[in-house]
Design a protein around this ligand. Sequence first.
Ligand SMILES: *Cc1c(COP(=O)(O)O)cnc(C)c1O
Length: 424
Amino acid sequence: MERRFAKAKALMPGGVSSPVRAFQAVGGTPIFFERGSGALVYDADGKEYVDFVGSWGPLIVGHCHPQVVEAIRDQAGKGTTFGAPTELETELARRIVDRFPACEMVRFVSSGTEATMSAIRLARAATGRPGLVKIEGCYHGHADSLLVKAGSGVLTLGIPGSPGVPPDLAALTHTVPFNDAEALERLLAEHGKSIGTLIVEPIAGNMGVVAPSPGWLQAVHDLTKKHDVVLIFDEVMTGFRVDRGGAQTLYGIAPDLSCFGKVVGGGLPVGAYGGRASLMEQVAPSGPVYQAGTLSGNPLAMRAGIATLDLLDEPGTYEALEKASAALEAGLVAAAKAAGVPAVVNRVGSMLTAFFTEAPVTDYASATRADTKRYAAFHRAMLERGVYLAPSQFEALFVSTAHDSPIIERAVAAARDALQQIAR
Ligand SMILES: *Cc1c(COP(=O)(O)O)cnc(C)c1O
């Protein structure tokens, strides 16, 4: 892998196409992959791993599910892109609005970043107020306004904001802690007149998994209503995963706008944003808010998304995901306890993070108290035992429908062994 990485580093910054892939937080050389099958992946030397990264969330039915592969293969023979309407977009849009009652209309884009960036443009246009609230530790992609106290790679690499973001733009982004309704209430009382948008991951996944505490999302909803602020749920990670109708269905809260990505594209590049028709009709060409894309609504990607959402609707799917994920959680908790390694496991449905810390993890401050050196050692020990985890403490681990009991048992056995080793 060292040789491959050296070649890549000569041609691409850090040798990668996205920062956290470079393994800086855990040390060592990133694994170069060649193929995947179900819950398993194989590196370029042929070594097999149980995969809990799942390409960072999209692969909820595992690698190369036959129905997804067939849909892509069939479409590839018909045409990969037309830059014109296809009925496939209508079909995927129908599946989204059926699952998300708060979305009457959607617009397709090609990534989660584009979805959140475009939703914020729309919210700013609709309210005429440029101020934005984001929650500390949440990650919404790499649009300029959103690289302020962000999660994911921004947190992993310890970049508080990013050079290149104009200070005048960053100054429009206010941040408050996750799970802190009082801080939000104070902020809106003080700056409510200039703030028109609030964006949140309803279940944080990009500082590691942090669940909303009971009542918090409702308080966020009520405060945004009171101050006439557009509430955006970034469900790029949680949509179609924690429930077929995402976190908004799980917690019974209707946001004004919702953002999607990852699962909705079934492993191909898709994002989408949606909301009630009166808001969405302000997007061009119905309205004046400009947003476009050469490959938006790409037919190959639509087919992969449709196939994936249809597979998720087979009876018992979410129950099976919950069962496998609960078994993994229980196994990790027991393994950490047996090894005497302090760990807190946060889980909502099939997304989970084991934080190496003793105190509950409820926000950015408590997440960043986790022992990242210990995570790095755990990550290495798991790799040696054939389990591929995200190369950072501040990421989620994803369970797919291909993670059956034997696979979960294999991963838990590896964790038991790895934790014993790092405890020594
Ligand atoms: C991954 C992610 C994004 C960014 O999506 P990309 O497709 O990587 O641009 C945005 N928001 C959340 C919550 C995410 O998890």
